[in-house]
Design a protein around this ligand. Structure first.
Ligand code: UD1
Length: 357
């Protein structure tokens, strides 16, 4: 079996790593294509190094551009790679532009597509990622789901059960792998030390592209920062918008984006995390750290129903919610979030390939 993995943006890398590792152990031939959607050292190569992913065989260096231009560039540049490599499977991850662009090209070339993290829906088409999820799932031959609610969603959309395999959450594989390697561990009671800080990550267009909204968010965070340490490693997009709108971040501790392990270190010690990232909603649920998600919806509802996540539509509510947030030692971790999802992806790819004509 030959796999061609396509990744491009920061959240793809911790999803690829455990699948690649499991593929190597199973003796599978694997090729990595990096589209170059993210290109800064800390947004890209640093993650490859942290997660032990080998350098990609192909880099399409597409860089930043509008959605249409970026997607089109990826499509144009990946077609010859797919034709030359002739994989048994194209494996795509998550919901970024690189995911949908690669899937669209493979579908037309008749290359089988496997989608890792299938079946998630925010039901909000204002989010570019929602469009990417819907289209990628429509095109995929094998839909690998991170949680059982995603199987229900796909069945309701008419996807045949034979195309859907519940593998669990590959992000949790990377989380566990890194905590172990970095020797970051809870205390003897299984609890993470709470240093009282608040960790913030925000980069969604819905929070940062609008001056009024971003200003309201920063005002709320500044209020929190009067009482506790607020650490905000800012995505380049957020940083640009803060400068463009001339917003003063006051006592908030602004930082550059962090390496994966540094981020996990802060997360495990935080009193609460404030985010709009999908991956961070999952990581906090896996760790049992309270999470306030500054969005009206989530494509990961299991982090709310079973995990530690809470949706916060209005920034004005943040300060009181930070105060009332509490660690809950008896938190539940969703099924399949056990550190073995990467292995199940490889098994599903092998078994499905064996039964296809
Ligand atoms: C992308 C994904 C989003 C994901 C996020 C994680 C899509 C539609 N969006 O959003 O789902 O949550 O990545 O980071 O695929 N930039 C840099 N350096 C980089 C990359 C980007 O400075 O290495 C700046 C550029 O100015 C760019 C802006 O950040 O225009 C936004 O980057 P882009 O990849 O377009 O979208 P993200 O907001 O990163």
């Amino acid at each position: 079996m030959k796999l061609l993995h396509v990744v491009g943006a920061r959240p793809n890398f911790p999803k690829l790593a455990p699948v690649y590792r499991a593929g190597t152990l199973a003796g599978v031939e694997q090729v990595i294509v990096h589209t170059g959607q993210h290109y800064d050292e800390i947004m890209s190569d640093g993650f490859f190094a942290s997660l032990g992913i080998p350098a990609p065989e192909h880099n399409l260096v597409v860089g930043s551009a509008s959605h249409a231009v970026q997607t089109a560039r990826i499509m144009e540049r990946i077609e010859p790679v797919l034709l030359a490599e002739q994989p048994d499977w194209l494996v795509v991850y998550g919901d970024v532009n690189s995911t949908v662009a690669a899937a669209l090209v493979a579908a037309k070339l008749g290359v089988r597509i496997a989608h890792v993290e299938a079946g998630l829906r925010s039901n909000d088409r204002g989010m570019p990622e929602e469009i990417n999820r819907i289209v990628t799932d429509r095109l995929a031959d094998l839909l690998l789901t991170p949680s059982l609610d995603a199987n229900v969603t796909l069945r309701n959309e008419g996807v045949p059960d034979s195309q859907v395999v519940f593998v669990g959450n590959v992000m949790v594989d990377s989380l566990r792998f890194t905590l172990e390697r970095e020797r970051i561990s809870p205390d003897a009671n299984g609890e993470w030390p709470n240093d009282g800080s608040v960790l913030v990550t925000l980069h969604r267009p819905s929070n940062v592209d609008d001056a009024e909204r971003l200003s309201a968010v920063i005002t709320a965070l500044r209020e929190v920062a009067m009482e506790r340490r607020v650490v905000f490693p800012a995505h380049p997009r957020t940083r640009q918008k803060l400068t463009e709108f001339g917003i003063d971040t006051g006592a908030i501790e602004m930082q550059n984006p962090l390496a994966y392990e540094a981020m996990l270190r802060l997360m495990t010690h935080a009193h609460v995390v404030i985010t709009d990232s999908g991956g961070v909603q999952e990581e906090t649920t896996a760790l049992g750290i309270p999470c306030l998600t500054l969005r009206a919806n989530t494509e990961r509802p299991i982090t709310v129903t079973e995990g530690t996540n809470r949706l916060v539509a209005s920034p004005g509510d943040l300060s009181s919610l930070v105060k009332s947030s509490q660690r809950n030692a008896a938190h539940r971790i969703p099924d399949g979030w056990d550190g073995r999802a990467g292995e199940r992806v490889i098994v599903a790819l092998q078994e499905t390939l064996a039964r296809l004509p």
